[in-house]
Write a protein that binds this ligand. Structure first.
Ligand SMILES: [Zn+2]
Length: 198
């Protein structure tokens, strides 16, 4: 199912992005309750808008919002980024677009030509190659992956990331949208104890 690029285009919908936005809101509030990791001061919201690519035309403002927190204590003011399901680090595409393209591509490479990827998501082959290189070369050796490793089935292959992770998590979820949200939460460093609510 996730190996079909046209299907993946439909999946990146306002419905999916709104779900991810609601989860981001919840993750931000949970993080805010934890207080500043530096000084224990109160955390205040300091959200900002991003211009992520790869989504539909009518994306609501909430889905463009990177939830962010800032310590309210004078002299600290540390910025604190809660985990996010909408955004995958600093990449300019929505996180779900990155995961869906890489997962679909691993299913049938011939049909997912550079031209097809550009037509459907406006993404260049150079960018996709960069994502592939990161997940193949850098990510498997990262602490982040070690932390995720213990939370997922041993059948997830560290030499086939992220598609092996996404496929496994989506299969175990109630629906594709929930599976994508859980994959994104894992990849964004969501604490294990918070995963059950997603
Ligand atoms: Zn602080």
């Amino acid at each position: 199912m996730l190996a079909e690029l046209p299907h993946c285009t439909q999946l990146v919908s306002v419905s999916l992005l709104s779900l991810l936005s609601r989860i981001d809101e919840d993750l931000a509030e949970r993080t805010r309750e934890d207080r500043c990791p530096e000084c224990g001061g109160p955390l205040h919201r300091a959200d900002y808008l991003r211009k992520p690519r790869g989504g539909p035309d009518d994306v609501p403002d909430g889905c463009l919002r990177r939830r962010s927190l800032c310590c309210g204590r004078e002299g600290c003011r540390r910025r604190c980024l809660p985990p996010s399901c909408l955004f995958l680090g600093r990449r300019v595409y929505f996180g779900c677009v990155v995961l869906l393209i890489l997962t679909a591509r691993s299913g049938d490479r011939r049909r997912h030509s550079a031209r097809e990827l550009r037509r459907r998501f406006g993404v260049s082959w150079t960018t996709v190659k960069r994502w592939i290189a990161y997940f193949r070369e850098t990510f498997p050796g990262s602490r982040q992956w070690q932390a995720i490793r213990g939370q997922v089935s041993p059948s997830v292959r560290s030499d086939c990331l992220p598609e092996s992770l996404v496929t496994e998590v989506v299969q175990a979820a109630a629906c594709v949208e929930q599976g994508l949200a859980r994959s994104l939460a894992l990849l964004s460093g969501c604490p294990a104890g918070w995963m059950h609510g997603i």
